[in-house]
Design a protein around this ligand. Structure first.
Ligand SMILES: C[S@@+](CC[C@H](N)C(=O)[O-])C[C@H]1O[C@@H](n2cnc3c(N)ncnc32)[C@H](O)[C@@H]1O
Length: 353
């Protein structure tokens, strides 16, 4: 008899919830599986810091610069990107003798305790220990210390966040579920070393139980994913936000709907200063033509289970939520000389209050 390998089957967003939570237990070792723009060098963080510094000068001139300049790094990872950003901001402030840097307070947030531990241990970041603090939070149930953040920055977080994968079928939609297969020879364990029965893990994962955080996630790298398409009813907001695209879309096309990234933008609102900016950098698409080019490999492993970010959807969400401006710009120029093919799909989403 063929070996029974099915561990569990989940809707795509839940599969991302379970898979990524277990995956990022590896802490900064994710860099062994894939590189982020940050791990490829400081260019992106430097460019963002330069831009933010000009913004601080502008606010200062207009008498609108807050006494404390609060910066939040969401999905901070090992903190290298934050450290690069602070390096450049400090350098520009010293050159300009503007005295802004002494007013900066920076919070690094992540849902992975191991990742936060790695960030805390970073020697580079430790040079900023007087102005940095760490927050363990899942952006899906965002909880932050204080409010009045002037800048929220995030690099390659949104593509990790749960998205619905809708498949346009002309007169109806399907969506994607993932069957996760794991060879029987790979055992499951709790972090304390106890063996975990497959059916117990599957039950916990189906209910997204809190106890999942006690599971040793090292097996996720051995999972094989099988795509299953089922008839789906998308939520009304998604239909409304994507209507313009659907009328032009060929049948069979898969559209990622970034439900959790959209919700994150909304959840940030009460935490923001009245002149705040959100800068999110990620792989994604900014037109239907580009989405077509990315088919069918619209979601990816190895590494975390990621999707290309639907930027037009996020721009529409931001405008609905009352943000003043939201725009998307390609970033390949800041990705370093050894560009990857995917760099042409790397974008900066800026949302302004
Ligand atoms: C690809 S890494 C990028 C890390 C870092 N920003 C960089 O540029 O190197 C994504 C980060 O987002 C975090 N993350 C993923 N999902 C999250 C969630 N729901 N809430 C908070 N952090 C999350 C992961 O733990 C990881 O540190």
């Amino acid at each position: 008899m063929a070996e029974e390998t099915l561990l569990l089957e989940l809707q795509f967003p839940d599969a991302q919830r379970v898979f990524n939570r277990l995956y990022y237990q590896r802490g900064g070792r994710y860099a062994e599986d894939f590189t982020t723009a940050t791990s490829r060098g400081p260019r992106l963080a430097y460019a963002e810091a330069k831009d933010f510094y000009s913004y601080l000068c502008e606010l200062h001139k207009a008498g609108e610069l807050p006494d404390v300049i609060r910066v939040l790094d969401l999905g901070c990872g090992n903190g290298n990107g934050t450290a690069f950003f602070l390096d450049k901001l400090k350098e520009l402030d010293e050159k300009g003798k503007t005295g802004f840097f002494g007013r900066v307070e920076c919070t690094l947030a992540d849902f992975s305790p191991q990742m936060l531990e790695d960030a805390k241990k970073s020697r580079h970041l430790r040079t900023y220990r007087d102005i940095t603090s760490f927050m363990h939070t899942d952006v899906e149930t965002l909880s932050l210390p204080g409010d009045g953040y002037l800048l929220v920055r995030s690099n390659e977080l949104f593509d990790d966040l749960p998205s619905q994968m809708l498949v346009f079928k002309g007169d109806h939609f399907n969506d994607v579920r993932l069957a996760m297969h794991l060879p029987q020879r790979i055992p499951l364990h709790m972090k304390d070393g106890r063996r975990l029965a497959r059916q117990d893990f599957a039950r916990m994962a189906r209910h997204l139980e809190r106890g999942l955080s006690a599971v040793d996630g090292s097996f996720v790298k051995h999972l094989e994913l099988e795509v299953i398409r089922r008839k789906a009813i998308p939520d009304l907001t998604s239909i409304l936000l994507l209507l313009d695209d659907f009328v032009k879309m060929p049948e069979g096309m898969t559209v990622p709907v970034p439900l959790a990234a959209g919700a994150t933008v909304l959840q940030l609102l009460p935490y923001l200063h009245k002149r705040a900016r959100i800068d999110a950098f990620d792989y994604g698409f900014n037109s239907l033509g580009e989405l077509k080019k990315l088919q069918p490999a619209i979601f990816r492993t190895p590494g975390a289970l990621t999707t290309f970010v639907n930027f037009p959807y996020l721009v529409r969400i931001a405008k609905l939520a009352g943000f003043r401006r939201a725009k998307v710009e390609p970033q390949a120029a800041f990705m370093g000389k050894k560009g990857k093919e995917a760099d042409e799909h790397f974008y900066h989403l800026r949302i302004e209050r």
